[in-house]
Write a protein that binds this ligand. Structure first.
Ligand code: PGA
Length: 249
């Protein structure tokens, strides 16, 4: 059985004051039946890890460098995130692929480094609106999957997040059929590549405008093992009902 995961990506949002939201989440979810992860901006990571210590919530990073250390101004390594208290790291988010020109190969190197550092790598994939409209979604997703996911991945070290770019931060959500089609495709590809045991153990998250109002129906889709949530993870009052919906699914 795959353990469900509700992951929150705060992106570049939040200063010290936002830690009260994390505290509220930790207080509300100290025995959650699902994994709950919040990925705050790096400057908050260590304090965030201290806050969630006695709860069932964990914290993670939003990116890491492929190297352990070195002359890479502004970057953080997987080892550093782990040392600051992270359990996981989001990699290859579409905003990183766009803003920082991250290629599939770069994402794969980062994922390999994250796994070596002892982090759970959450690799993001997703098509653009133009790709969706021209009918090449599965082809695009298949290539991203083949090229961004390391070969030594397991269900304990890798999570995949399907995030259609056009659904991120827009309030637009694919139909449940469209989500189901991609997730079933991802599962089939993973089983073909990693074999039945590992391919069935890797968790698949959906991300893109997940809100308290649509979470339950998305979580009912086959092969959706949780969500990667942006905007609705910033406030405990919004994220908690999403966690509850996942727990009930
Ligand atoms: P959103 O972001 O929930 O605000 O659409 C999702 C994401 O980018 O992970």
């Amino acid at each position: 059985m795959r353990r469900k995961l509700a992951a929150g990506n705060w992106k570049m949002n939040g200063t010290s004051a936002a830690l009260s939201e994390l505290q509220a989440l930790a207080d509300a979810h100290n025995t959650a039946g699902v994994d709950v992860l919040i990925c705050p901006p790096v400057p908050l990571l260590h304090r965030a890890a201290e806050i969630v210590k006695k709860s069932a919530v964990t914290v993670g990073g939003q990116d890491c460098h492929a190297a352990i250390a070195g002359a890479h101004t502004g970057d953080s390594s997987g080892e550093m995130l782990k040392d600051a208290g992270a359990t996981s790291v989001i990699l290859g988010h579409s905003e990183r692929r766009t803003d920082h020109n991250e290629t599939d190969a770069a994402v794969r190197s980062k994922a390999e480094a994250a796994i070596v550092a002892g982090l759970n790598a959450i690799v993001c994939l997703g098509e653009s609106l133009q790709q969706r409209e021209t009918g090449v979604t599965l082809e695009v997703i298949g290539t991203q999957l083949a090229e961004s996911v390391p070969s030594d991945a397991t269900g304990d070290t890798l999570v995949i997040a399907y995030e259609p770019i056009w659904a991120i931060g827009t309030g637009k959500v694919p139909t449940l059929e469209q989500i189901g089609e991609v997730h079933t495709f991802l599962r089939t590809q993973l089983v073909a590549r990693f074999g039945g045991e590992t391919g069935s153990a890797i968790r698949l998250l959906y991300g893109g405008s997940v809100k308290p109002g649509n979470a339950a129906e998305i979580f009912a889709v086959e092969n959706v093992d949780g969500a990667l949530v942006g905007g609705a993870s910033l406030k405990a009052a919004d994220f908690s009902p999403i966690i509850a919906a996942l727990d009930a699914a």
